[in-house]
Design a protein around this ligand. Structure first.
Ligand SMILES: NC(=O)C1=CN([C@@H]2O[C@H](COP(=O)(O)OP(=O)(O)OC[C@H]3O[C@@H](n4cnc5c(N)ncnc54)[C@H](O)[C@@H]3O)[C@@H](O)[C@H]2O)C=CC1
Ligand SMILES: O=C(CO)COP(=O)(O)O
Length: 338
């Protein structure tokens, strides 16, 4: 993939992040963005904007959009999927007849599939077997990237050379793209941090102190690392951009949708009310259930995720959740299990 300008990229999903990554790629290579909504496609092609998801930002003029999956995908050299986890399987299934057999497929999604409990690259491997499959992740709040703030991400694929060949597709002077071969660790970091961000948001909403929030973030990292390692991730990955880095960005930023969900729960809203008034996805809501199931099956303690799940899905209150966390026994910081 040396002659990068000749590479054709298809990005599926024109939400905040799909549109942002397509905008990054369009500055380097020929890029087409697939959206299911004709009005979104029309606005991107005619006005170079996506006001529903990225209001106020100008998109590259060379970025094209289409509602046709076949048109987006049939001659792509790289397929990028920015569909929320609950819709990924269906969209992949709809486009599998058009995808060329050898091309890399890169997931942008930070969630686990309900029911199957699969990571998104596993869902891709199931529906489109035989492709080099990986992901792009890191502390990357879409609106900050669009506004031009510097950031870094990781492109993770099992083959280092394929990962390295894709760096230039997404990178810019303000967007550093590192490589990693630990797909499992990078993918789990991105999915699990969303659940901890809901806990951090609840803390913000309840008015806890900064020390308390730091405790939640740090012990959240311990939880994420423990479960991630049990599921096959490299412990070093969780201290990197896709683990600690993304956890910090998401827990600290008022732009994070997951943190916002936590804040609204603390104000007394129910999960159903919050989802009903959101026009974007907060993956941590669904992923919290999968995390609790996986942790129980593997015997890995995840007290913070369990409290978040309790508030989101079992009617516990955020105050009860924070009281519950205070009651968790403090054991050895490094080897302890809670
Ligand atoms: N927004 C951000 O800053 C970042 C988001 N992500 C991840 O990227 C993924 C996508 O998130 P966003 O673009 O932010 O979400 P969004 O809520 O802004 O947009 C979601 C997009 O997916 C489409 N969609 C929803 N359900 C669908 C379905 N069943 N079938 C087909 N299309 C469907 C929507 O029409 C919309 O275009 C999520 O997993 C998120 O965690 C990752 C990094 C940064
Ligand atoms: O993953 C993200 C930043 O890296 C975006 O987080 P939210 O989905 O919580 O907005």
């Amino acid at each position: 993939m040396g002659a990068v300008r000749q590479v054709k990229v298809a990005v599926l999903g024109a939400g905040s992040w799909g549109t942002t990554v397509a905008s990054l790629a369009a500055r380097n290579v020929d890029t087409v963005l697939w959206a299911r909504d004709a009005a979104v496609v029309e606005e991107i092609n005619d006005k170079h904007q996506n006001s529903r998801y990225l209001a106020g930002f100008a998109l590259p003029r060379r970025l094209r959009a289409t509602t046709s999956l076949e048109e987006a995908v049939y001659n792509a050299d790289v397929l990028v999927t920015g569909i929320p986890s609950h819709g990924m399987r269906q969209v992949l299934s709809d486009c599998r007849d058009f995808v060329r057999p050898w091309i890399p497929i890169i997931s942008l999604t930070k969630g686990l599939e309900q029911g199957t409990r699969l990571r998104m690259t596993q869902v891709i491997d199931e529906l489109l077997p035989g492709h080099p499959t990986g992901l792009l992740a890191g502390p990357n709040l879409a609106t900050e990237i669009m506004a031009g703030y510097a950031a870094a991400a990781v492109i993770a694929l099992p083959d280092e050379q394929v990962a390295a060949s894709l760096q230039t597709v997404f990178a810019s002077p303000r967007f550093r793209v590192y490589t990693n071969t630990d797909v499992v660790g990078c993918e789990l970091g991105g999915a699990l941090k969303n659940v901890i961000a809901i806990a951090a948001g609840m803390g913000t909403g309840l008015g806890v102190g900064d020390n308390t929030r730091a405790m939640v973030i740090t012990r959240g990292l311990a939880e994420l690392t423990r479960l991630g390692e049990a599921l096959g991730g490299d412990p070093r990955t969780f201290a990197g951009l896709t683990g600690l880095g993304d956890l910090m960005a998401t827990c600290m930023s008022p732009y994070s949708r997951n943190r916002m969900v936590g804040e609204k729960l603390a104000l007394g809203m129910t999960t159903e009310q919050i989802v009903a008034e959101m026009n974007m996805v907060a993956e941590g809501i669904k992923t919290s259930s999968v995390v609790v199931e996986l942790a129980e099956e593997l015997g890995v303690p995840v007290p913070i995720c369990q409290e978040v799940h309790g508030v989101l899905h079992l009617g516990r209150s955020p105050v009860q959740a924070y009281r519950g966390l205070r009651r968790t026994a403090a054991t050895s910081e490094i080897d302890g299990l809670a």
